[in-house]
Design a protein around this ligand. Structure first.
Ligand SMILES: C[S@@+](CC[C@H](N)C(=O)[O-])C[C@H]1O[C@@H](n2cnc3c(N)ncnc32)[C@H](O)[C@@H]1O
Length: 209
């Protein structure tokens, strides 16, 4: 009973901080997207949309602070492109290993304008991709599933193959600073922000120094 009350007051607090408009948008989005999650057979996690997810809003804010021209932004593990689709880059390319979520993301792309491109795959697909220079590389919400050695190897291979100016990653408390230490060896940290909702940190690195 106590846990239920705690969970409910937490939900109310989160809703209050995002505001009624955002909660309404999130609920409407969920209702519209639920059937699509069945059609595309992708994880229901993706129903957690932009409007009531603080780290996604933070990631877009941080992307806006990247110095210089944002010609190319890439996200590995992009899901539906909630973050990537809002990054103000001329070209946006998202990769995800889940074929269903990539089909779903393509279905959601609005016609017109410079629409994000979506491809199935991970770092290996990005390394093979024709893009040579990346102004901002984003990886959010999945590094905590992966071994540190794997992340290190993938990042070193990528940095050897492409020029990457900035990297945005996140780290959960249970990772005990391992992502931060790993990326401190790959670039210069220029931003570190705490997400009050998921209790994780977003870290921005400059990698072309
Ligand atoms: C929790 S979701 C986050 C999606 C998106 N980054 C966001 O924040 O909205 C994690 C995503 O990472 C993808 N993923 C997991 N392992 C991956 C890998 N090795 N390479 C590429 N994508 C991966 C999953 O399929 C899933 O879509």
């Amino acid at each position: 009973m106590q846990t239920t009350v705690k969970k409910l007051s937490r939900k109310i607090e989160v809703a209050r901080r995002h505001g009624a408009d955002n909660v309404a948008k999130a609920l409407a989005g969920k209702a519209l997207q639920l059937p699509l999650s069945f059609v595309f057979g992708a994880d229901r996690w993706h129903l957690r949309g932009f409007h009531t997810t603080n780290y996604k809003k933070m990631a877009v804010d941080i992307a806006r602070t990247v110095p210089g021209r944002l010609d190319v932004a890439v996200e590995v593990g992009c899901g539906l492109g909630d973050v990537l689709g809002r990054v103000p880059a001329r070209r946006r390319v998202g990769f995800d290993i889940d074929r269903g979520v990539i089909s779903w993301a393509r279905f959601l792309r609005r016609p017109g304008g410079a629409r994000p491109e979506f491809a199935v795959g991970s770092f290996d697909a990005l390394i093979r991709h024709e893009v040579r220079e990346i102004d901002l590389l984003i990886m959010l919400g999945w590094f905590h599933y992966m071994p540190d050695d794997w992340i290190g190897q993938q990042m070193r291979a990528l940095l050897a193959a492409k020029r990457v100016r900035y990297v945005l990653v996140d780290e959960f408390p249970e990772q005990k600073g391992r992502i931060e230490r790993l990326f401190d060896g790959l670039g210069v940290r220029v931003d570190r922000r705490h997400d009050w909702q998921d209790d994780k940190h977003l870290l921005l690195y400059r990698c072309d120094v």
